[in-house]
Design a protein around this ligand. Sequence first.
Ligand code: LLP
Length: 435
Amino acid sequence: MRTRDTLFVQDGRLKIGGCDAGELARRYGTPLYVMDEAYIRRMCRSFTEAFKQESLAGGVIFASKAFSCLAMYHIVAGEGLGADLGSGGELYTAHKAGFPMEKVFFHGSNKTPAELRMALDFGVGHIVVDSLSELQLLCAICAEMNKRAHILLRMNPGIEAETHAYIRTASTDSKFGMAFDGEGMEALRLAIREESVVLDGLHCHIGSQIFDMEAFLRATEIMSDMFVRVRETFGLSLGILDLGGGFGIRYVDGDCPTEPSECVRVIGAHLRKVFAARGLSTPALILEPGRSIVGEAGVTLYTVGVVKDIPGVRRYVSIDGGMGDNPRYALYKARYETVVVDRADEKPAGPITLAGKCCESGDLIGVDMPLQEARRGDVVAVFSTGAYNYSMASNYNRNPRPAVVLVRGGESAVMVERESFDDLCARDRIPEWLK
Ligand code: LLP
């Protein structure tokens, strides 16, 4: 684990946000997602202050697909960030939280007509149009609603960023965005001609959990070439470059993330340089971090049940959660670190495989992880689970989704209630003919 002032071990006990992890588990039950507010705010500030320091126009928007709930939008709004919203559900939640809609960039590779109408109704600042087909749909909807939408076009820079193939988004073969030559050009032509949309800039997102800053710099160059082509072809100087998110975080030893402030500084400097070299003024820069804001803020607490040794093979430590609350091993062979929360200072007893309780062999949190001797009833913590865990949780095997608790300076409060068995059946209906 990477310790910090709000996450450390004291007398063998894990403390997060001034709270004792074991006590949180007893008070709220397990599995439990715990989110460290101070860390979230620190990451937000690391991004926003770097923008100020570097005098960069534009700003930071939180990619809320990483973690979305009403309280999170309060934190994000309080820190002055905008939001990247990627569905009707995220739009609804942010709107309900009173999030400033003019700071929203509405994303998605296949937005439905209903979602586009909702975005226009709520008055989102920008819609990031993913395809020509979507642009045509949006123009028709704008005309019907008598609205004008400010848009960015999502271009595909054709970069193979070094990350898991499932979270790489800008290779040529991708469902996201447009190739500049071809669909992109057609969309530009239409966007410039159409009265119902105002084209403010271009967007790209090269993938997620990326450590290599070079990939972002390459994307900046490729996108700046597109700005040049737009000016040459249409005589238009675009004002916004949205470079997406994707900054990596630390899950295990060997993961070496760059501080958000440093990411902004490096990208900002390169942006200035490459645009100046092309005779263009520097556009406003938008960054869309998700994981790097909430990932390391989250810790999941589980209670150990079965411990099973298969001599010469492996030791399974089974917990009361699993792929339902954290599908990332199943999806990406993601790696994590774990400790027994009340004996975190003891030496690990040897590698174990942390297994979930779903009826699925691939339901694991991690394989061959060091862990202290774990027994039935122990509470274990899994680190760096703040991003893409709660937001990707499911009810597989009809397991209720865990609660999310926010901790701050020794206080704790529920952000999302634990689902009950009644919740699981609340929307079930029995067709008359079965009765
Ligand atoms: N902007 C756009 C357009 C995106 O699609 C994403 C993430 C982000 C920003 C934020 O990326 P981040 O800073 O969080 O890396 N479920 C996967 C990650 C999927 C990322 C989807 N898009 C995982 O658990 O690793």
